[in-house]
Design a binder for this molecule. Structure first.
Ligand SMILES: Cc1cc2nc3c(=O)[nH]c(=O)nc-3n(C[C@H](O)[C@H](O)[C@H](O)COP(=O)(O)O)c2cc1C
Length: 200
């Protein structure tokens, strides 16, 4: 089933990671039957250092994924997992497992950042049948907006000028609106990017 969720080895897929106290979107890459991901220092990072249990959920709702990256929590229903002691969101397929993580330092234009490189060994999988959502360019723009805006906020916090990220955020927000996107999370992200820009 892992191969059906993530058909291409080495390709990055965006999913939801659930750890003992947090939910956040991450990119995972399948290598054989293992799911690999990198998580920068934050709540999930500290959770995984204490407790290796993790759940990966395959979520086709971009608004939900992006909202969780900005700590906007919509009403969600949680249910029990099969093997691990965590709870998962009802309505989406999931993969339970134990993440073996190694500390690392990642250096890029944002400077040096603490991170964990993790390998998740699946121990249980659950599949929920839902009507598939049609692909939307507005959703694609929102996903990218979320990724670039979260990096922009890190740059701001570190006092690093990031004009190219700002340009990307502005462009993606405009694209999202042009393509008919209506989610409030886009406004939240855009305003957050602009407000911090004015304060900085
Ligand atoms: C679509 C998307 C994918 C993301 N992928 C990752 C990722 O692979 N690793 C990561 O550390 N942060 C990723 N982020 C950023 C996190 O959601 C978030 O900013 C932070 O890293 C998690 O902090 P937390 O563990 O304190 O919630 C992603 C954000 C978005 C919108």
């Amino acid at each position: 089933m892992i191969r059906e969720f993530f058909p291409v080895e080495g390709k990055t897929y965006e999913v939801l990671l659930i750890t003992s106290s947090n939910l956040t979107p991450i990119g995972v890459v399948r290598e054989s039957n293992i799911l690999e991901f990198t998580i920068f220092e934050g709540k999930s990072y500290h959770d995984l250092l204490r407790n290796s249990e993790a759940v990966i959920q395959v979520v086709d709702d971009v608004e939900l994924l992006v909202s969780l990256a900005f700590n906007v929590f919509p009403r969600l229903k949680f249910g029990k997992c099969k093997e691990v002691s965590l709870r998962k969101i009802e309505g989406y397929s999931w993969i339970e497992g134990y993440a073996q993580c190694k500390r690392t330092i990642i250096s890029d234009f944002l400077g040096s950042s603490r991170a964990l490189k993790c390998r998740l060994q699946p121990v249980a999988v659950g599949v929920t049948k839902t009507v598939p959502r049609a692909i939307s360019r507005a959703d694609n723009a929102l996903l990218e907006l979320g990724v670039f805006a979260s990096r922009l906020l890190v740059a701001r916090r570190r006092g690093i000028k990031a004009d190219d990220l700002e340009e990307k955020v502005n462009y993606l927000y405009k694209m999202y609106k042009k393509l008919g996107g209506k989610s409030k999370i886009a406004e939240v992200i855009y305003n957050l990017s602009r407000r911090e820009s004015c304060e900085g």
